[in-house]
Design a protein around this ligand. Structure first.
Ligand code: SR1
Ligand code: MG
Length: 394
C-alpha cells in the first residue's frame, strides 16, 4: 500500500519516503529513485529523494512526535508541520523565492514536501568556513520587512489578522522558546549546558536582578505582543545560501509575536561570527547594518503605500521602527546568552578549537548579551549598535 493511503501518523523510513514520492507522481513513472535521511537539526526527519537519471531531487520533511535533540522523553506536537507548511506558503506570497517552494503537505503524516535546496549551503556552516555571501543581508532584510509588515495589523484587515493569529497559534513551540531563550539560561535550570570554566560568569548572570528584570520584560513582549507572523527561529541554521540566492527554511516556530524577535535572532547569530572570527568582523558588521537598513527602508515603503488612518499620523512609523529596533537589540542579547550557556548551542562558538579563544569568545557573548539587554532603550541608531558590537569583538 502506498504511504499516501495511510491515514495515521507514523515516522517515515527511507523506503516509505520513496513510496510517498512515487504516490505523489512528482517524478516520471518507473524512474529509479534513491533516498537518504539528511536531517541534522534538533527536531525533525528530513529525507532527500533523488531521481538518479536526472539528479532532480525533492525534500520530504517530517515532524517527529518528540524533540530529536533530547529524545522521546520530550514529546512535541506534530501540529508544527502544518504550521510550517502554512507559514512557508504565506511567506512565499510576500517574498517569492526567498523561501522554498512547497509541493505538497499532509498534516496527518506531519510532512511537507518541498524544493530540494541541497545545492546551497546552510549559512552558518558556510560562514564558519569563511565563505562570503554578498546577498545575505539584503535578502534577509527584505524577508523580514515583507513578512513582518504584510502579516501585521498595519497591512491586514482586522478579521484576516485574527484568522491568522488563530491559524498560527503554536503554544508548544512557543513554550520551547519561552523556556530555552527567556527563562532557563537566567536561572540554575537542568537544561543549561556550559563549560565548567564559565561557572562564575554564569553565576554572576543568575545573581544579576537588573538583568533578570529586563529579560522578564522581553519575555512579556514575546508572550503578549502579537504584532506580526514571525518565522520564530531565524538563526543562520535556518537559512540556505550561495553567492546568488538566499532561502529561509524551517518556520515551524511561526506564531504571532513582536516584530523585533526575528530581527534580533538573525543579528545575534551574525554576532557569533563577528566574535568568533575577528578576520571577518568588518563583513559581518556590514551585514548587520545592512539587514537593519534594508528592513527599515522596505518596511517604511510598505507602510507609506498602504495602511489605515493612523499610519498617516506623523511620528507613528518612527515610533514603531524605534520600538522594533530596541526590541531587536534586547532579543539579540537573549539569543547571545542562551546559545552560550543554554541547551541549544551554536557551532560558531563550540567549534573554536583553541580552549582559551573559545572561552574568551563565550565570555564576550555573555557580556555583550547582557549589555544589549540592559542598554537597549538607550540605543537609537544602527551606528550606535555597531560601535557597541565593535567594542566587544576586538
Ligand atoms: C529543543 S529545540 C532547541 C532549539 O532548536 C531550535 O532550532 C530552536 O532554536 C530551539 O530553541
Ligand atoms: Mg529549525
Amino acid at each position: 500500500m502506498a504511504i499516501t493511503k495511510l491515514n495515521a501518523y507514523q515516522p517515515l523510513t527511507e523506503q516509505a519516503a520513496i513510496a510517498l514520492a512515487i504516490g505523489l507522481r512528482i517524478f516520471e513513472d518507473g524512474t529509479l529513485l534513491t533516498c537518504e535521511e539528511i536531517g541534522d537539526g534538533n527536531l525533525n526527519l528530513v529525507f532527500r529523494v533523488l531521481e538518479q537519471e536526472t539528479g532532480k531531487g525533492i525534500i520530504i520533511k517530517q515532524a517527529l512526535p518528540y524533540a530529536k535533540v533530547v529524545g522521546e522523553s520530550w514529546p512535541l506536537t506534530i501540529e508544527r508541520a502544518r504550521i510550517e507548511a502554512s507559514a512557508l506558503k504565506l511567506q512565499q506570497s510576500f517574498v517569492g523565492d526567498l523561501v522554498p517552494e512547497v509541493y505538497y503537505s499532509d498534516p496527518t503524516l506531519a510532512i511537507t514536501v518541498m524544493e530540494d535546496l541541497s545545492a546551497l549551503t546552510i549559512a552558518r556552516a558556510g560562514l564558519i568556513k569563511g565563505e562570503k555571501y554578498p546577498r545575505l543581508s539584503h535578502d534577509i532584510g527584505t524577508f523580514l520587512a515583507n513578512t513582518l509588515y504584510f502579516t501585521s495589523d498595519y497591512a491586514l484587515h482586522p478579521f484576516k489578522k485574527k484568522e491568522y493569529v488563530k491559524e498560527f497559534s503554536n503554544p508548544e513551540l512557543c513554550k520551547i522558546t519561552e523556556d530555552l531563550v527567556f527563562t532557563d539560561p537566567f536561572f540554575n535550570s537542568e537544561t543549561n549546558d556550559f563549560e565548567e570554566e564559565l561557572s562564575q560568569d554564569v553565576q554572576n548572570l543568575w545573581d544579576d536582578f537588573t538583568l533578570k528584570l529586563e529579560v522578564a520584560k522581553l519575555k512579556k513582549s514575546f508572550l503578549t505582543e502579537g504584532e506580526a507572523l514571525l518565522h520564530g527561529d531565524l538563526h543562520t541554521g535556518s537559512i540556505f545560501v550561495d553567492k546568488n540566492q538566499t532561502k529561509v527554511i524551517d518556520p515551524e516556530f511561526a506564531f504571532y509575536g513582536p516584530i523585533g524577535f526575528d530581527i534580533g535572532q538573525f543579528i545575534a547569530n551574525l554576532i557569533f561570527q563577528a566574535i568568533s572570527k575577528p578576520e571577518e568582523k568588518e563583513t559581518i558588521l556590514y551585514h548587520i547594518e545592512n539587514t537593519w537598513n534594508v528592513f527599515s527602508t522596505a518596511f517604511s515603503k510598505h507602510w507609506k503605500e498602504s495602511g489605515d488612518a493612523y499610519t498617516k499620523v506623523n511620528g507613528y512609523l518612527e515610533y514603531v521602527l524605534e520600538k522594533s529596533f530596541q526590541d531587536s537589540i534586547g532579543f539579540a542579547g537573549c539569543e547571545c546568552i542562551r546559545r552560550t550557556i543554554g541547551l541549544a548551542h551554536v557551532e560558531d562558538l563550540d567549534g573554536i578549537p583553541d580552549k582559551v579563544r573559545r572561552l574568551q569568545a563565550k565570555r564576550s557573548c555573555l557580556t555583550l548579551g547582557k549589555e544589549l539587554i540592559i542598554k537597549r532603550k538607550q540605543i537609537f541608531s544602527i551606528e550606535e549598535l555597531l560601535s557597541i558590537l565593535k567594542s566587544h569583538s576586538e
